[in-house]
Design a protein around this ligand. Structure first.
Ligand code: 5GP
Ligand code: ZN
Length: 114
């Protein structure tokens, strides 16, 4: 057990709108959406950030990315496009230290990001 916000969501100790779940991963709506679709896809197992990844997590990270693509497809976003983001540490603005893949879509986005 730990105090991590996303571990608590995975354990259903904090409510969230779950959009997908399997043995390894969960996906839920961001509480402060930045686009019409803003879903966070997380491993159920706690990992702080991409800085902590090892080769054993390669398939887990692949599953997160493929799930983002599948959710985008379900919502008709594949052709128009969508953005997937992992923020890591201070300069990227990471605020929750449990790896999460942001899936953002449903509006046009600028580049470079702020
Ligand atoms: P980060 O800045 O670490 O990449 O992203 C963390 C994300 O988690 C932010 O987009 C933020 O809105 C979202 N978030 C923070 N607290 C909660 C919460 O309690 N529930 C949900 N569903 N999302 C949260
Ligand atoms: Zn966690």
């Amino acid at each position: 057990m730990n105090d991590c916000l996303f571990c608590k969501i995975v354990r259903r100790e904090i409510p969230a709108t779950l959009v997908y779940e399997d043995e390894q991963i969960a996906a839920f709506n961001d509480v402060k959406p930045q686009a019409p679709t803003h879903v966070l896809i997380v491993p159920k197992r706690h990992i702080d950030s991409l800085n902590k990844l090892s080769i054993e997590e390669d398939s887990l990270i692949g599953a997160l990315v493929r799930r983002a693509s599948a959710i985008a497809a379900e919502r008709g976003l594949s052709e128009g496009g969508y953005r997937t983001v992992f923020n890591t540490n201070r300069d990227a603005g990471q605020t929750v230290f449990h790896i999460h893949l942001h899936l953002l879509g449903g509006r046009a986005m600028g580049w470079p990001p702020g």
